[in-house]
Design a protein around this ligand. Sequence first.
Ligand code: HXC
Ligand code: NAP
Length: 294
Amino acid sequence: MNYSAKMLRDDALVDKTIVVTGGGSGLGKSMSRYFLELGANVVITSRNIEKLRIAARELSEATGANCLAVKCDVRNYNEVEDMHQTVVDKFGAIDVLLNNAAGNFISPTERLSSNAFDTIIDIVLKGTKNCTLVFGKHWIKTNQKMSKVVNIVTTYAWTGSGYVVPSATAKAGVLAMTRSLAVEWAKYGIQFNAIAPGPFPTKGAWDRLMPGDLKEKFDLAKKVPLKRVGEHQELANLAAYLVSDFSSYINGEVITIDGGEWLKGAGEFNILDDIPKEMWDQLEEMIRRKNDHN
Ligand code: HXC
Ligand code: NAP
């Protein structure tokens, strides 16, 4: 099976302008690369303009398409307004906002300062709110139809998770925002969907979530029923579909792409995966014997 095969036809995103927050690294960069390959104009934004410029040059050269780097800390509403104006000035209209920027690190919650908690909430929840509000107000004011917001969340947006509590809290808020505005702003022709990825190795996430030898100790692939982590192109395929016109009747959905990871943790008896095949004859016999006594 070739997980890296590209899914959509080559012209699927021609004439679209897509803004990807946090697009200079990791999953944001991989999604941006595929959008460019499919013919979109892509604007990548984040705090670090040097990193962004290098990424934009690399992506433009690799795809022959137009990738623009714009500095923007999503925590700051004024910076988001400026970024939005820069993109409108350059491309005229924006079709898609992909809220991908995030901050996260593992920590027992009692070790966090108030500012540490706020920092994650500010990037993930407030950042998504800032971008959504600026872009949404403009789309509504200019009566632009067929615009889309795609938010990157995680599966612990609904399960919760210890040791990443600010991130879980913020992602839950982003998921609520996705579903709420999918309904409220549908009348303006704005669609909202979310993607909940399972483990997709990136430097940004692994340095902060699996530092040192944790990645060997807690091999995340083992938690996944499919026994592997995700490949970036698999996520890029899903994201490209969600930002394309092909997904025009999908609204308010969160699509999980995690190889079944969160469900494995949720199902009471999924731990029985660990029972060797040979043992099942013996277990069945034990259960049947008890039945006879009833
Ligand atoms: C405890 C910490 C800490 C740590 C920082 N802080 N790291 N506290 N343990 N490991 C505290 C600081 O002391 C400070 O509080 C506050 O957090 C803000 O830290 P700064 O370094 O000043 O913040 P900033 O420079 O804005 O950097 C933000 C950051 C950083 C989130 C801390 O890691 C970052 O830039 N991250 C961006 C990329 C990222 O996180 N990518 C991973 C996304 S992965 P005080 O009180 O001292 O001022 C993801 C995947 C989820 O979301 C699912 C995976 C399966
Ligand atoms: P990443 O490479 O660290 O991506 C995070 C991006 O956010 C970086 O490009 C960073 O760029 C940007 N960013 C951080 N703070 C910002 C701010 N205040 N303003 C603007 N941009 C900011 O990590 P990733 O793994 O690709 O994560 C991408 C998304 O996927 C995140 O939403 C994450 O929660 C989600 N996710 C990842 C996984 C996984 O397994 N990797 C699983 C589930 C969900 P700068 O530092 O230049 O600002």
